[in-house]
Design a protein around this ligand. Structure first.
Ligand code: GLV
Ligand code: MN
Ligand code: MN
Length: 442
């Protein structure tokens, strides 16, 4: 790469080898997808043995790509590439003594249960390949590059999310260390078993002055890009999100002897709540409001016993914090009516509330320009309904995200699919975004 990188017109002369970038990505995605808790489906939860195996594989790749690798106290893998300001090979360690800002590039390697293979993993793989390309092309950068592989974006094992990115961003709440999984294992103990260090986690926080920004490549997980016939998009913001826990306390009893009028059936009440959530969320389409009850635990859970209690989750998201708060308030009122009508107590507690995270204008602009250079079109901006590590990273630095088209908009599902070509253009756009930002001295 020549000095023309810093020209306002961007980077006209880079070779476009997007197919081979995509093939490298697909091979790495396949290797990660084989690391699972279950033989026939992909399940890789935070701080599990399979998370550790995936982290080690990612660490090996980072090392081979010329990065200095470490796992931090929260189990996040860091790969630091000390870039050369003049475009020469960024020989690792040569400048280790000199402190420069870092452009962070990351995503997550934990998955949901029975997951697709691209969610999160693509962003980590894209970051590693982008660092390789920066070196191959001799792209001069005024900042170093650090690839991050977070382990807790999905928040499936523990009730809250983003432990790793919250640690780096300095927004880890001490109470998060006491959260327990379904087997009553505390995050703090799981971290120790993993090789992390709960006591050291708060000290992992980065200083704002040391960071140039945070970039993430992620599959769209929705149908917009596919419907538009476009491979890539610029994320404008990450939606407002709340997770809540609802507990319905009824009275267990004999399914054959207690007359219907005398029952306090917790599951019948919970079913009303599910319908209520759906009805309220349906009314909020203009605010991109969505509401989901995804977990449902019935106790004692026998066919001849009236359900005594039910614990259910509620996930609520919207384009604005006000729309989500209004929906949460309406659901709370509705739950109050169900409780009063059936004469049984129902509680609703917020587990997490994350405000809208707006992507930084200058990163959106650079990403848009990079995408235009790769695809020849003007990319659309779209909001992310899905949560991302950017939700935590925004407390540290500016965030920017590239969305990649996925087939049918399907995600959190083993049918999730991103073509090799689309992976290639996404990585090419990431490399160009990095170079553009370097040329602009962000
Ligand atoms: C994670 O993918 C989430 O959006 O909850
Ligand atoms: Mn994800
Ligand atoms: Mn996900």
């Amino acid at each position: 790469m020549t000095a023309s990188t810093s020209a306002p017109s961007g980077m006209p002369s880079l070779p476009i080898e997007t197919r081979s970038l995509g093939e490298r990505s697909e091979a790495m995605i396949g290797a990660l997808a084989s690391i699972s808790a279950e033989p026939d489906r992909l399940t890789r939860l935070y701080l599990t043995p399979e998370h550790k195996r995936a982290a080690h594989l990612v660490g090996d790749w980072m090392r081979r790509a010329g990065m200095a690798v470490r796992m931090d106290a929260a189990g996040t893998m860091h790969g630091l590439f000390v870039a050369d300001a003049d475009g020469g090979s960024g020989a690792l360690g040569v400048r280790a003594a000199r402190r420069r800002r870092r452009l962070l590039i990351g995503s997550h390697i934990d998955t949901v249960i029975d997951a697709g293979r691209y969610d999160g993993n693509l962003g980590v793989v894209a970051g590693i390949i982008a660092v390789e390309e920066v070196q191959k092309r001799g792209i001069p950068l005024p900042f170093d590059l650090e690839v991050l592989a977070f382990g807790d974006e999905e928040g499936v094992r523990f009730p809250r999310t983003l432990f790793g990115s919250s640690t780096i961003a300095g927004v880890l709440e001490p109470a998060m260390l006491d959260l327990v999984d379904a087997d009553s294992v505390k995050i703090g103990d799981a971290l120790l078993a993993f090789g992390g260090d709960p006591k050291a986690a708060p000290h992992e926080r980065y200083r704002r002055a040391d960071v140039a920004g945070y970039l993430e490549v992620h599959i769209e997980q929705g149908p917009v890009l596919e419907a538009a016939g476009e491979p890539l998009g610029v994320v404008s913001a990450i939606a407002s999100q709340g997770r809540y826990r609802i507990r319905v306390s009824g009275q267990a009893g004999h399914a054959g002897t207690v007359p219907m009028a005398l029952r306090k059936d917790a599951l019948a009440a919970a079913a009303e709540i599910v319908s209520l959530v759906e009805a309220i969320a349906r009314k909020g389409a203009a605010d991109s409001l969505v509401g989901t009850v995804g977990e449902f635990r019935v106790s004692p859970g026998a066919s001849n016993v009236i359900p005594g209690s039910v614990a259910l989750s509620l996930d609520l998201r919207a384009a604005s914090d006000a729309a989500r708060a209004a929906a949460a308030a309406e659901i709370k009122r509705g739950i109050g009516d169900v409780a009063a009508g059936r004469g049984l107590p129902i509680s609703l507690d917020a587990v997490l509330e994350k405000p809208v995270a707006i992507c930084a204008p200058q990163l959106r602009q650079a990403i848009g320009q990079a995408i235009s250079e790769v695809t020849g079109g003007t990319p659309r901006e779209l909001m992310s309904g899905a949560g991302h590590d950017g939700h935590a990273m925004i407390h540290l630095t500016d965030i920017g995200m590239i969305f990649v088209r996925c087939r049918g908009g399907v995600s959190h599902n083993p049918a999730e699919f991103v073509s090799v070509e689309d992976q290639g253009v996404a990585i090419e756009a990431l490399v160009r975004t990095i170079a553009l930002l370097g040329g602009r001295q962000i």
